[in-house]
Design a protein around this ligand. Structure first.
Ligand code: CA
Length: 729
């Protein structure tokens, strides 16, 4: 164990040399630029990210977060709050999906243990929030609380005042139970969830105190344990916490394996973050951009979460939320592919291919354990959003050369099954309306299936992905004919009269009256102006439908030029995504939600790529920052962050499974991506500053590029991209 840690430390150290060159004159390492509070200044009505300051390990099984909201409130930490109720273990992907397997620990020094009574005033000035370490001064208890993550758990440290009543409360939440409580340890479980779990779902936790617990009290009605001791002034007491989805025994085993103290845990977590974030090394002196970039990269490597634990024999195993059993291998969850298929997995496949291989293995396991690939998982299948975009995530990884401990043929079976079936209980898994889609080439808007046009457009792209995946696997033309043909189904929804996509009735007529400004209805969290561009795999086909390049450009321009008018009648109130569009001063462009996030790059399919460059810069400049209101809508499990990461690099995967990237304009003077293969991708734009928004020319490996596209293959070999940039006159 120790030897392994020592070797890892050397590996981390060598990785760090790459990411923090002394001659660059920077004192900071990548993790030092991250602000985990970005996006926390959010409300139900207006999201600036809807995030919480997750302290954990990249793709970790559990995160921890300070808790300001009441138990069960999806807004677990909000920047404007004044009180903290506990340090909470969390698995929440989004406030809209809420949490599962959560419990909290709160140091206290006076009586009153309920979540309201124990809550303490705090200030952001008494708080330090990083990915590997969080601390806060809890004023009402005069306690400094610190936390750092370790695999399957965390180390906590409380600095108490001189008091006979230096305690901490363990809150197992409603329905949870403390099952054992002795002088050094507390063991219990939480049953909290919001669906997507088997009946036997429990998360076990085990807490070890380095100081003997002389005060012990259980409040079974409120699922609380209160433990403590007397302390002298400034006494630091360490707690080690581990958890398991598998069993009490596994939780105890996970605890036993945590054999480091607080400082060691903190340093190891810091090293791990620097290793992961340091894969992308930025050489630039714009501190604001560095902070925004690394804060976005942090968000891009949190999810999906790996549920895997290591059993007593050393095997990687996971509790399956699908069948309630324990199986071998990885299982990833807490991501919605409707959001994240767009560019999060492209980032993972390029920069973290070893993790991408584990994710694909996890997808095979989800398929085997539940009969379907996930679409929105947390931890099991959840009813949320539309599409069958697991096909994109699977095809993209295979086509980009990701291989691992699984058989791609299983994924082929999974995607082709999912294309013609719908989950019996979770209608957003598989394809709702597949019978109509397969016979008519679209899901009609008048057969009781909501958001039918969004489904059709995404299914058509998904079919293209399946076709490409099948070709790469060597499937016969006969087997692929259906998917090839279905990939053009977006044409069935093109309403020539408006040059936009529209809902279509069973009888073949288009739904009228038609409003391009209507959110929802036949679309999903967007309007026709946003969704029309969901022809990721064939922008030229869309251009042709619109009547050629001139019209295509005019339609793209119109999204920015039409004022932010909207029809929210489908929802009956102005959903936050609409409000975020309305307030950004970009017309009807709605970067705060995912459907339109690739749209700007479609200018690359025209003679006016400069409009892509200009708009990309505008979005990066105005809509992102490393402040608590730093996003322009829900961050959504890395997707909105990965958009910034790619855009700052200077390219974007408009069609993820095509293995092609559309060029924009890089943000920094120089960036190097250190691929794990040992090859480097260097992107330089020496003339870059805040005024540059125009690309004069691009060279790759010394040769001038003719078009606005590069391929994944170009990058994998290692590449030097040199952008000549200037201000557009
Ligand atoms: Ca969203």
């Amino acid at each position: 164990m120790k030897a392994i840690r020592f070797i890892s430390a050397i590996l981390f150290a060598s990785a760090l040399c790459l990411s923090c060159k002394e001659d660059s004159g920077r004192y900071f390492q990548p993790v030092d630029y991250v602000n985990t509070l970005v996006g926390t200044q959010s409300t139900y009505q207006m999201s600036t990210g809807n995030t919480y300051p997750a302290v954990g390990l990249p793709w970790g099984k559990d995160f921890w977060s300070p808790q300001t909201g009441k138990n069960g409130d999806g807004w677990m930490y909000t920047y404007d709050a004044t009180h903290i109720r506990g340090l909470k273990q969390t698995h929440q992907p989004s406030p809209w999906i809420n949490d599962y397997g959560e419990f909290s620990i709160m140091p206290v020094t006076k009586r009153g243990f309920s979540e309201d009574e124990r809550a303490s005033w705090f200030s952001h000035k008494g708080e330090k929030a990083t990915p590997y370490y969080y601390s806060v001064y809890l004023a009402d208890h005069d306690v400094l609380a610190e936390i750092s993550p370790v695999k399957d758990g965390a180390t906590l440290r409380f600095t108490y005042p001189e008091r006979d009543t230096s305690w901490f409360v363990v809150d197992a939440y409603k329905g949870g139970e403390i099952v054992s409580f002795d002088e050094n340890s507390i063991v219990g479980y939480t049953v909290m969830n919001h669906g997507g779990v088997s009946d036997n779902f429990k998360m076990w936790f085990a807490i070890r105190s380095e100081k003997p617990l002389t005060f012990k009290q259980i409040d079974p009605e409120n699922s609380l344990a209160i433990a403590g001791f007397g302390t002298h002034k400034g006494e630091k007491v360490g707690l080690t916490v581990a958890s398991s989805f598998i069993s009490k025994e596994q939780a105890l085993l996970n605890l036993e394996r945590i054999d480091c103290g607080f400082e060691e845990a903190k340093n190891a977590a810091r090293d791990r973050w620097n290793e992961v974030l340091g894969r992308i090394e930025v050489n630039d002196n714009d501190i604001d951009h560095l902070r925004t970039f690394y804060s976005c990269l942090y968000r891009s490597v949190l999810f999906p979460r790996d549920l895997a634990e290591i059993d007593a024999s050393g095997k990687t195993v996971h509790y399956s939320p699908h069948d309630g059993k324990v199986h071998e291998g990885h299982l990833f969850t807490d991501t919605g592919f409707w959001d994240t298929f767009r560019c999060l997995f492209a980032l993972m496949d390029l920069v973290y291919p070893e993790k991408a291989a584990e994710v694909q293995e996890g997808l095979v396991n989800t398929w085997k354990e539940s009969g379907f690939l996930p679409e929105w998982a947390s931890p099991g299948h959840r009813r949320c959003m539309v599409g069958n975009n697991s096909a994109s995530v699977v095809a993209e990884a295979y086509l980009k050369g990701i291989r691992g401990n699984y058989n791609p043929e299983d994924l082929w079976k999974a995607v082709t099954f999912g294309a013609h079936n719908v989950h019996p209980k979770v209608s957003s898994t598989g394809r709702l309306g597949h019978e109509y889609y397969d016979s008519l080439g679209y899901v009609p808007c008048d057969v009781g299936i909501k958001e039918s046009a969004a489904r059709t457009l995404e299914y058509a792209y998904d079919d293209w992905c399946i076709w490409q995946f099948g070709k790469a696997l060597g499937k016969s033309e006969e087997e692929l004919a259906h998917y090839k043909k279905a990939s053009e189904n977006y044409r069935n929804l093109f309403f020539d009269k408006y040059r936009l996509m529209a809902g279509r009735r069973l009888d073949g007529t288009f739904a009228e009256p038609f409003s391009p400004l209507k959110w929802g209805g036949d679309f999903t969290e967007g309007n026709s102006l946003h969704y029309t561009w969901s022809v990721f795999h064939n922008p030229d086909g869309l251009k042709e439908l619109m009547g050629g390049e001139e019209n295509f450009i005019a339609m793209l321009d119109s999204v920015f030029n039409i004022p932010p008018l909207f029809d929210d009648s489908y929802y009956g109130h102005t959903i936050h995504e609409i409000r975020e569009m309305q307030t950004m001063n970009m017309g009807n462009y709605a970067h705060g939600n995912q459907p339109v996030q690739h749209m700007i790059y479609l200018y690359d399919w025209t003679s006016q790529p400069w409009k892509a460059q200009m708009r990309v810069r505008e979005v990066m400049d105005r809509l992102y920052s490393a402040t608590p209101d730093g996003y322009c809508g829900d961050e959504d499990n890395g997707q909105t962050s990965a958009w910034y990461v790619f855009s700052a690099l200077g390219f974007y995967p408009v069609c993820p499974a095509s293995c092609e990237y559309a060029l924009g304009i890089p943000l920094f003077k120089e960036v190097t991506i250190h691929l794990p293969s040992g090859k480097d991708i260097t992107i330089s734009a020496p003339g870059n500053d805040r005024s540059t928004d125009y690309v004069r020319s691009v060279k790759m490996n010394g040769h001038r590029l003719k078009g606005s596209f590069i391929t994944h293959e170009d990058l994998l070999d290692g590449a030097r991209l040199n952008f000549t940039v200037s201000k557009r006159n």
